[in-house]
Design a protein around this ligand. Sequence first.
Ligand code: NAD
Length: 433
Amino acid sequence: MDITCVGCGYVGLVVGTCLADQGHKVLCVDSDAKKINMLRRGVLPIYEPGLVELLNRNVKEGRQGFSTSLKKGIETGEVIFIAVGTPTSNNGEADVSAVLAVAREIGRCMRDYKMVVVKSTVPMGTASRVASIIKNNQRKPVDFDVVSNPEFLREGQAVKDFLEPDRVIIGLDSPRPRETMEALYRGITHVERPLIFTTTRSAELIKYASNAMLATRISFVNEVARLCERVGADIKEVAKGIGLDSRIGPRFLEAGVGYGGSCFPKDVNALSKIMRRHGVRPRIIEAVGRVNEEQKLLPMKKIKTLLPSLRGKKIAIWGLAFKPGTDDMRDAPSLTVVRELRRAGAKIHAFDPVAEAKAKTLLKGVRFFGDPYSTLVGCNALVILTEWNEFRELDKKRIKGLLKEPNVVDGRNIYEPEEMRRLGFNYLGVGRR
Ligand code: NAD
């Protein structure tokens, strides 16, 4: 199939590349000329493990190309994926203007039948809006369908998630696109990874409700972790005990400094706005967001118990990306922590294995270092904000020797409190005994 994928971000690039790898001919379109130029040179504008190798192979074998021309993408693609951003707007709702702008252009430029697949996360009813906009912008009537196909990939393992999804959700308001969508995902779905057909509105809501559910688990376990600290329980033991209940399951029960990234915060906000708009009080969802905002302040509270005055103190931060495996800094807890530390007069040394370039554009007054150890020299405390695997097995005696004071705030519980205290650290995890 000839496919066009509009939006070359974390989602669009993975979708486009993986579909090319399935044997389709894919044109990836983005309005950002800088991104397209990088991609044409075989350079990824984002960090995503395994993606560049796949992309370069598909380009070499002539299945994948890049363009800034949406018009060209509309002309060549039988199936057009819309994977542009839907960031939070000023009032907290999802800003779908980029999705609608693409729909307008599709209406204006299409000359023959098109199947338009909305991949972006959008409020219920957006697929219908996209259909109306396409129709209203056509110069003469041409047939088309709009499909809702939300994406559930996780940054850091996006290629695997796209190629081995738990399920693929296809929202349809007419039966016609069904066969094409089945054909498109033939190499990816099977009995245990099924294609589920719903209406477009259900598909749109499945995406928001999934992210809200995951965010709820995180805020829930973070709240339980707060209680652990008060009553002398240990959140790792408690989470394990909860998670072994087959009705609950073990995942997304890790206490930490809160969720971030481009999805959970914005989708939780957007869902709560959608609910209010439809007269449903979002009591749980709003609490989930509030708990998370408080949680991002936790490292600061903990560090103050070790260093009551932070003025002039040097603090080392390991990990800036919102989670390991990505350079995505959108809504990362590190943004809050750095802002609060600077406000309190601290000097900040920081290291992240891949997010430094993005972090530099967002964080002012931070000194960046090329490896975890050199970040520590002369610092009064270490704060761990992202659980990169490479931090787990570092030489703790060396860490202690490099720090000016052996203070560690482990916002991701990667170390064991007992071992750290035995080694002489003033160690604070999240919800640990
Ligand atoms: P992103 O910001 O990384 O990428 C969006 C891209 O769209 C950018 O490169 C931008 O230049 C391009 N773009 C914007 N307007 C355009 C236009 N009119 N024409 C052409 N290109 C345009 O965003 P993302 O993280 O890839 O997310 C895309 C969508 O997928 C969002 O709705 C998001 O909620 C959803 N989603 C994201 C993830 C994730 O992990 N990032 C996972 C699932 C779903």
